[in-house]
Design a protein around this ligand. Structure first.
Ligand code: GLC
Length: 560
């Protein structure tokens, strides 16, 4: 799918640029006024970030904190990070190296930065698709640039990927849904003709040919982050962005045969992008789905086309949060209840709704489950509960407030209680525990890259540090993030910013890990910047829906 951006395309993006130069941040414009909508917007937006904001951070204590980046406008994409200039603290020596490495990964399209490549690893003989801009990989890079007051690259990325969405997408003779966003894209430079072309992969070239369900969700989440960070509502308001959101959500909100509000997925359709038994209703996608729905709700115009979606989103959110909080949640009590379940119950009064056979509870779980703490398990479907821990889904559940404040606290408790297993020597495990032997053969199809405690199968991924840090700040436990960042700082630069680490404790640089993996670099920078200035949290966090909100409790271990 090659895509030459002709004059039309350029004209269109030029008109967006002029729109974004407007300084009008009036929220009511986005809401088209009607009072009822304002109320709804309020209840879903994260106005009360001040609930978790810190005192003593340079007078940025207002409720709309996080909307205005330090520096604000255009900044050169080379040179000193604004964060070190703006704060009086002494940055860790590896921060400078990280910024340099991040800027080296920039990809330009017609002279303008458009994204960052997945890995800048010249030593590796096999490039595969690591020289592409992945949508999910770009998110931490985008957040780093936003936090550093460089929003232009993010805007450019959002607009160009939107154009890619508009392409007719075909795999063999089958046409993909209109709303599908690419997993990745590449810029091809033709120096003779002087044109840049884009080549996008919607899953048809990906290993396993899976369409990335997460790309569209990340796109919506990033659009909101951009809007919160810059205060520039005009981008989200454009008919193009509104349509882009509607197309993404149309793929998920259409009626089918489902009896659950969760989204049915193929294996490998998210960050874990190869066969790992993450199919059906994986937490990794459900949490992102929930977050994307909430972000879309806060940005969707209440016009003729938008209104219908707003209704659908609100209804789905209601059902989804109930389902996830009730059936995916596992703590000591719940485990004990499942352990005692009766099976073969018929009718709507069944306690064991999904007919889970207690014998299917894996042995490791009985020891792993602390008395205090809990988490959203990997998957729930008929007679199948995947009890594995998945980091991304649980962190996103906290950030999106899919988890109640009590559940969020319990997830952080679990991380503290099971530090060795989930964090070890390198934060943090993508999932826990690893699958081995016969199970590995059946579940992964004998995947040599996903052997036990490696890569997606219990490997440790530094990129997840930004999600952990954000969740720590949101739950009032910054000391957990500090501890994790300390661990990462001991190794990351020395090891050349690997993609992942292997082993039960995450002690070894991953078997096939790329070096200078961009999201490892950006993830670290975002974690650092958020800890320095927690008001950045507002970009990627949503407060509990006020209608259901119990008071946010601060943990006793809060140290700030
Ligand atoms: C691997 C990861 C995937 C990532 C890609 C590029 O395939 O599994 O999540 O997007 O590399 O870094």
């Amino acid at each position: 799918m090659d895509f030459v951006v002709g004059a039309g395309g350029m004209r269109r993006s030029a008109s967006h640029t002029s729109l974004s130069e407007s300084d009008d941040f009036d929220l009511s414009r986005l809401l088209n006024k009607p009072r009822i909508n304002v109320e709804r917007q309020r209840s879903f937006d994260d106005r009360s970030l001040s609930d978790v904001s810190y005192s003593g951070h340079g007078g940025r204590g207002g409720a709309f904190d996080g909307m205005y980046s330090p520096g604000g406008g255009l900044r050169s994409l080379v040179g000193t990070p604004a964060s070190s200039a703006l704060h009086s603290f002494e940055p860790h020596p590896i921060v400078g190296d990280a910024w340099e490495a991040l800027r080296r990964s920039l990809v330009f399209f017609r002279g303008q930065p458009l994204g960052t490549i997945a890995a800048f690893d010249h030593a590796s003989e096999e490039v595969l698709n690591y020289d592409q801009v992945f949508v999910r990989d770009f998110v931490p890079s985008a957040l780093a640039f936003l936090m550093n007051g460089e929003p232009e690259i993010v805007k450019h990325f959002l607009l160009k990927t939107l154009l890619l969405q508009g392409w007719e997408k075909k795999v063999d003779r089958f046409k993909l849904g209109e709303g599908a966003m690419p997993a990745s894209f590449k810029v091809l430079h033709d120096s003779k003709k002087g044109v840049d072309t884009l080549h996008a992969d919607f899953g048809e070239s990906a290993i396993g040919r899976v369409a990335p369900v997460d790309s569209g969700f990340w796109w919506i989440i990033l659009l909101r982050a951009y809007t919160k960070s810059t205060g520039d509502y005009t981008l989200a308001e454009t008919p193009e962005c509104q349509k882009g959101m509607r197309l993404i959500l149309s793929l998920c909100l259409s009626e089918g045969f489902d009896t659950f509000p969760t989204l049915l997925c193929a294996d490998g359709c998210c960050m874990i992008d190869r066969r790992m038994g993450v199919y059906g209703y994986p937490i990794e996608i459900q949490a992102l789905f929930f977050m994307a729905l909430r972000c879309a709700l806060s940005m969707m115009k209440r016009d003729n086309e938008g209104e219908e979606f707003v209704e659908k989103i609100a209804t789905r959110l209601h059902a989804l949060s109930y389902h996830m909080r009730s059936y995916f949640w596992l703590d000591f009590q719940q485990l004990n209840d499942i352990y005692r379940y009766k099976t073969e119950e018929y009718s709507h009064t069944a306690v064991n709704k999904f007919n889970v056979i207690p014998d299917s509870i894996p042995d490791w779980l009985f020891d792993f489950m602390p008395c205090q703490g809990g988490f959203f398990i990997g998957n729930v479907s008929p007679a199948r509960m995947d009890f594995r821990w998945f980091a991304l889904g649980n962190m996103i559940a906290i950030l999106s407030s899919l988890a109640t404040p009590e559940q969020s606290t319990a997830i952080m408790d679990l991380i503290e209680e099971r530090w060795e297993e989930l964090i070890g020597e390198m934060p943090l495990k993508i999932c826990y525990p690893a699958i081995e032997n016969h199970e590995w053969r059946i579940v992964t199809g004998c995947d040599p890259k996903n052997t036990r405690w490696s890569y997606h199968n219990g490997g440790s991924w530094p990129v997840l540090l930004w999600l952990l840090t954000a969740a720590c700040i949101k739950t009032g436990r910054p000391q957990i993030a500090r501890r994790a960042i300390d661990l990462a700082e001991r190794r990351l630069l020395k090891d050349g910013w690997p993609e992942y680490y292997d082993g039960k404790l995450g002690r070894y640089v991953g078997k096939q890990a790329r070096k200078f993996q961009t999201w490892s670099i950006a993830g670290y920078l975002v974690a650092k910047m958020m800890l320095e200035d927690p008001s950045h949290l507002g970009m990627i966090s949503l407060e509990e829906d006020k209608a259901m909100k119990p008071v946010l409790k601060r943990s006793a271990s809060w140290t700030n």
